[in-house]
Design a protein around this ligand. Sequence first.
Ligand SMILES: [Zn+2]
Length: 347
Amino acid sequence: MNTQRQSRLLSLPAELQQAIYVLCIPDRIHICLQQGKLQWFTCALAVSDEEYLDGSERNPGEGAQSEPLWARRLASSWGSHWNCEEIAYTRPHGGGDPLLSLLLVCKEMFFGIKDAISGNTIVALTDLETLGFLAKRSKETQTHNRDQNFSIMPNLLPRVVELNITLWLPLANLRSLEEQENSSLATESTNMWQQLHSMLACFKHLQMLHLWLDHDDPCFWHTMNERAILSTFISERAPDCKISLSLPKLHPWYEDPHRHYLNDADLPATVHLQRRMRQWHFGRNDAQGLPVLEFKADFPILLGLPDMEGFDKKRTEAIERGMWESGEDVERTMMRWSGIVCEYTDI
Ligand SMILES: [Zn+2]
């Protein structure tokens, strides 16, 4: 017997209820492990175009605590989702998310919203440990055939069609992936990377994977061997779903077709490559635990000139690329003009 006949929402036809739920749910939710438990909440990423973000957008501005806070934001392992990390660790324990409140209204809304999320919401992950945990839980659920009717994760994961993985990994981990034959460098994290394709099997209906990758060191991205790090995963995954690959921009002088992907033609047809400017500002704690801010400008460095403020960034990048390709040392020119030091030869 339906005990909720007085609810106008629940009295509507199922299709209308679904249409309303789709309007209420977020475009993207995070899933992460906190103290060994899976948590999920609405993604707060506001910037859709992150092609030219250098880290200054994370500066909280003037104030006594601004420097430590900026340093912490710059060092966020959640990369472009640094703001979501702050929300995740400051929200009220076990709640505070409007989506969770909706799910807890009643059993009927739980199932309706769960269905709406499955096909319309992007799931965002920011570490491999959470993905490993989800893969393990998924296997256990299948093996033991547990009744998971009121658990959101086992119901949601197999039906997710779009997944966003943001990985801001320690530099040493990516270096060890470049040298996979050297097993002494393998860590738990690098082993998980090598299992990335198999772990994604818990998303049975995945159609689109967004993979955002970087390392946590000021060291220039062009020193990385992208092909050694990514080629195995791409060849395993690309036949099953589309991949949008977001990597830092390469310096024109150091592009190497044997180490780097130069354009989509270097990749399977289902993979689309996007390049974004790498952050110029970095944060860390020194030996005394005090926050330290570091600055290291990367291509396109002309964007750092005060005179270029207000210029079209894409056009400025194209101009700089042309300067490098014609043999002009733009770094030296920049140092003459502004004193900005980039040290492109420093590995
Ligand atoms: Zn987010």
